[in-house]
Design a protein around this ligand. Structure first.
Ligand SMILES: [Mn+2]
Length: 358
């Protein structure tokens, strides 16, 4: 297991590489070229510059999150072939810089979604919060406007301004795309890119939909065991794998996270683990919490134990944290609570390792 930390780059993150380097056990960052428009090729020189910056700080850059997939690919529009060719070039360039895993998602229009970006908990910290009723009472455009005013000046992943401008038009186009069609379009994408991944030794790791159910009538397919299985079989290659995000899948109590880690991990299809805890209040109603098992609905010990038992050698990062100690940062991505999360995960791992050796 290699512990890594998400970092949005020196121009778009309140956290420095030096700070990340000081978190015990941290081996690298997970980053991206946030400013490259979706669908365009990531230039090699820009990737190399990012790699150098990260390496100079004493950290590795072996995981990219995300190389976003152009909406035309998800919609299956004729222009998709051009964007797929660009995606292949980006894979090749990332490979040249030593990148091993690309995290991506196949969620129509929206990336992760919440109804409140700063819901206050009893201890005075604040967290991302989701209430299905609040989402139902709004529309996509007003939600996005609210997000932009609540993101403290940082751009939210998956909510790039150039995508938002087209929001209404794209929502319209999805009227013809159901779950079957979306699976078909994902298969087309993977059939084209996986041979390149095999040749260049870069593993694709799809991120589950967050939350794992349909929103605003849009189809969502990376949601449960059955669909994850269908996903990995679309192209039967170890390069077609998963980012197993405990918080995304875990808000549906039918998803048994340790079981999913063991099942897909033994298959060799889990390349990247996102670990965070969430508290389910009622169906369709949850908020995020610290990583500690007793604070939320997930058993983080059992999650680490599952990773340990399968002999996991991939990458793990603490996922969203609370905003604590007065920190002002991108919602979900403050330094302090994610650093505490990483330390907790490392502590669990050490304990499991030492007890298992006895
Ligand atoms: Mn995640």
């Amino acid at each position: 297991m290699k512990m890594v930390f998400r970092w949005f780059g020196s121009n778009d993150d309140s956290i420095t590489l030096e700070q990340i380097r000081q978190i015990p056990g941290m081996t690298g960052v997970v980053s991206a070229l946030q400013d490259i428009p979706v669908g365009e090729v990531w230039p090699l020189d820009r990737i190399m510059a990012l790699k150098k910056e990260v390496n100079v700080a004493g950290l590795e850059l072996e995981v990219i999150e995300s190389v976003n997939v152009h909406e035309d690919i998800k919609l299956g529009l004729p222009e998709r072939d051009r964007y797929i060719e660009n995606y292949k070039e980006t894979i090749k360039n990332l490979s040249k810089a030593g990148v091993k895993v690309i995290c991506y998602n196949f969620m129509p229009v929206f990336d992760w979604l919440r109804s409140d970006l700063a819901y206050e908990l009893e201890d005075g910290s604040n967290v991302l919060y989701y209430n299905e009723e609040a989402i139902k009472g709004t529309d996509p455009v007003s939600l996005v406007e609210e997000y932009q005013s609540g993101s403290k000046g940082f751009s939210l992943p998956g909510w790039e301004p150039e995508r938002l401008a087209e929001l209404k038009r794209i929502m319209e186009l999805y009227k013809d795309v159901d779950e079957e069609k979306l699976f078909e379009n994902l298969k087309y994408f993977l059939e084209n890119i996986i041979p390149v991944c095999e040749e260049y030794d870069v593993k694709m790791a799809i991120h589950p939909d967050d939350p794992p159910w349909s929103i605003f009538g849009l189809p969502r397919i990376i949601t449960n065991k059955e669909n994850l299985e269908r996903m990995v079989k679309l192209v039967d290659s170890p390069y077609n794998g998963l980012t197993l995000c405990t918080g995304s899948l875990g808000v549906n109590p039918d998803n048994d996270i340790p079981e999913l880690i063991r099942y897909f991990g033994k298959m060799g299809r889990v390349h990247f683990g996102h670990i965070r805890n969430i508290k389910i209040i009622s169906p369709g109603h949850f908020h995020e919490v610290s990583h500690l098992s007793s604070d939320g609905s997930l058993d983080v010990f059992e999650i680490m134990k599952a990773y340990y038992d399968i002999g996991f050698e991939g990458y793990i990062r603490p996922d969203h944290g609370r905003m604590i100690w007065g920190e002002e940062a991108r919602p979900g991505y403050g330094l302090y609570d994610r650093a505490l999360g990483a330390t907790y995960l490392n502590g669990l791992w050490e304990a499991i390792n030492k007890i298992s050796a006895k």
